[in-house]
Ligand binder design. Structure first.
Ligand SMILES: [Zn+2]
Length: 450
C-alpha cells in the first residue's frame, strides 16, 4: 500500500516536505523552509546556532524527528540517534528557498534528484552567497522525459512554468496508482506551454492523488498581478516615454523577469546594468543551453555595476574572486550618473545606498517588480518609498506572480481529474473544497493511505 505524509507546506506557504511511501521505498519531494519558519522563536540575529546542528531546531519541534534522514554531524547534539539512511531519495521540484533550504541537514548518502538547471542555480547561490550551504550529496540530474526508478517507485519529472528556470512537477508511479505533485506552477508566464505539457501528462496517467500547490487559493486577491507579457509591455511604456534613468528591482533568480527588462532595454537602445552576482548567474546558466540567456561578457547590451569596496578605488583586490570575472564590463556610479538616459539598472533594495553615489536626476523611474507587501506595516516597504520619494523618483508596481491564480487552479484540477486532491503550500486548504469534491485537507505528519 502507498501512503503520503506531509512534514512542511501544511497550512503555510512553502516549506514543502512530502513523504511518499510504497512498500519499502520512501521518497521525499522537496525539503524546503517555509517563509515564516521559526519566527515564533527566532528573529534577526537571534538565530539557530550552526554548531548545534539540528539541536536548536528540535528544541522547538521545527523539523521532523525522522530516523535515517539526517546526517551524523547534524544529529550530533540531539537525542535522535544516527542510523543508516532510511529514505531512498529526495526529489527537488525547483531551486526556490522554500523548496530546498533544509537539504543542508540531509544525510549525504541520500541521493538528491533535481533538474539540470536547478543544480546550476544552487551552485551559483553557494558560490556567491555566504549563507547558502546545501552540503555535499550524491546528485542525480534530470530533464523532462528522464524517468527515475527507485526500487518500486518510478518518478517522471515534467517541466512547468514558474518564476525560476528549471521548475518541475512530478508524476509518481506507485503500486497503488499514479500520484501527481505540482511543485509550484503558473499559466500566465512566458512558458505556459510547459505547464500545459505537465497537465496533459498528469491527466493521461489518471492519478489517484494530486498534491496541489495553492499559494493563490484565496477568497479575494488584494495585490495587483500582471502576466509576464503585461509586465514587459508596461515597463516598455515607462522606458520609452522618458529620457531619465530607470531602476528596477526584481527577484534575483527570476530569469524571465531579467529577460523582460533586457528586451525592453534593447528595444529602447538602452543598456541593462546588472550586479556581479547576476552576471555570475547568467554565465553559469549559459551551460544550460535550453535557457537561451545572454552571455554578460559578450553581450554589448549588458554592463556590470561595481560598487565601491575596501580601497574605494575599484581595485581588483577589493572584490571576491567570483566578482572579478566581469571587470571588463565594469561601470561605476560615475558612469551611471553621466549616462542615465541610456541605461536601465537592476537595483536591489539592499543596495539602495548606491543611489547616494549615483545621484539620479529628479523624475527618474523606479519599477518595483516584486510582490506588493503582505502587510501594511511592512517596514522595508516604507523605507523603500522613503528612498524613492527622497530621490523624487516615479514609482511603478509591475509584477507577475510565479503562481496560478484561483481560477487557473480550479481549471488545473478539473482538467487533470485526480481521485483526490491534497492542498499544499497554501493558507487556505478549505477553499479547495468550494470547487472540487475530493479534497483531503492535510495535517502535519499524519499518514494518508492511498
Ligand atoms: Zn517556487
Amino acid at each position: 500500500m502507498a501512503k503520503l505524509a506531509f512534514y512542511g507546506g501544511v497550512d503555510e506557504i512553502g516549506g514543502n516536505k512530502v513523504l511518499v511511501e510504497d512498500k519499502k521505498t520512501r521518497l521525499f519531494f522537496d525539503f524546503g523552509q517555509a517563509f515564516n519558519f521559526g519566527t515564533d522563536y527566532f528573529a534577526s540575529w537571534l538565530a539557530p546556532r550552526a554548531l548545534n546542528g539540528l539541536g536548536d531546531y528540535f528544541a522547538f519541534g521545527l523539523l521532523p524527528r525522522i530516523s535515517g534522514l539526517y546526517s551524523k554531524e547534524q544529529l550530533a547534539s540531539t537525542d535522535l540517534a544516527y542510523t543508516e539512511p532510511q529514505i531512498d531519495a529526495v526529489f527537488l521540484s525547483h531551486a526556490h528557498f522554500d523548496h530546498i533550504t533544509h537539504v543542508q541537514f540531509l544525510d549525504p548518502e541520500i541521493p538528491v534528484c533535481l533538474g539540470v538547471g536547478a543544480k546550476l542555480l544552487m551552485e551559483s547561490m553557494e558560490e556567491t552567497s555566504s549563507f547558502c550551504r546545501y552540503g555535499e550529496h550524491k546528485c542525480h540530474k534530470f530533464r523532462t522525459g528522464h524517468e527515475k526508478k527507485i526500487d518500486g517507485i518510478k518518478v517522471e519529472p515534467v517541466h512547468v512554468d514558474h518564476s525560476i528556470p528549471a521548475a518541475y512537477g512530478f508524476i509518481i508511479h506507485t503500486s497503488a496508482g499514479a500520484i501527481v505533485y505540482t511543485g509550484d506552477l503558473r499559466m500566465h508566464g512566458p512558458r505556459k506551454d510547459l505547464t500545459e505539457d505537465f497537465m496533459e501528462q498528469a491527466k493521461q496517467c489518471e492519478p489517484i492523488a494530486m498534491i496541489c500547490e495553492g499559494t493563490r487559493m484565496v477568497e479575494k486577491e488584494t495585490r495587483k498581478n500582471y502576466s509576464e507579457a503585461q509586465v514587459k509591455d508596461l515597463s516598455n511604456e515607462v522606458v520609452s516615454s522618458t529620457d531619465k534613468m530607470v531602476f528596477v528591482t526584481r527577484y534575483s533568480r527570476d530569469m524571465d523577469r531579467f529577460r523582460s527588462f533586457y528586451e525592453v532595454a534593447k528595444k529602447n537602445d538602452r543598456q541593462i546594468v546588472v550586479s556581479p552576482k547576476t552576471a555570475y548567474l547568467l554565465s553559469k546558466l549559459l551551460s544550460d543551453e535550453r535557457l537561451h540567456l545572454p552571455n554578460p561578457l559578450e553581450d554589448d547590451a549588458i554592463l556590470v555595476y561595481y560598487k565601491r569596496k575596501k580601497s574605494g578605488q575599484f581595485d581588483e583586490k577589493d572584490y571576491y574572486a567570483w566578482e572579478r570575472d566581469f571587470m571588463d564590463k565594469m561601470v561605476t556610479h560615475e558612469h551611471i550618473h553621466k549616462n542615465q538616459k541610456h541605461l536601465i539598472m537592476d537595483l536591489d533594495f539592499y543596495q539602495f545606498t548606491e543611489l547616494i553615489d549615483i545621484k539620479p536626476s529628479p523624475g527618474s523611474h523606479f519599477i518595483h517588480s516584486m510582490s506588493e507587501p503582505f502587510s501594511e506595516e511592512d517596514i522595508e516597504d516604507q523605507i523603500m518609498h522613503n528612498w524613492t520619494d527622497h530621490f523624487k523618483m516615479h514609482f511603478h508596481q509591475l509584477h507577475a506572480s510565479g503562481h496560478m491564480d484561483r481560477k487557473h487552479l480550479e481549471d488545473l484540477i478539473s482538467y487533470i481529474q485526480p481521485k483526490k486532491v491534497f492542498p499544499i503550500h497554501t493558507e487556505n486548504q478549505e477553499l479547495f473544497k468550494e470547487h472540487c469534491q475530493n479534497v483531503q485537507t492535510i495535517e502535519y505528519a499524519k499518514e494518508y493511505p492511498l
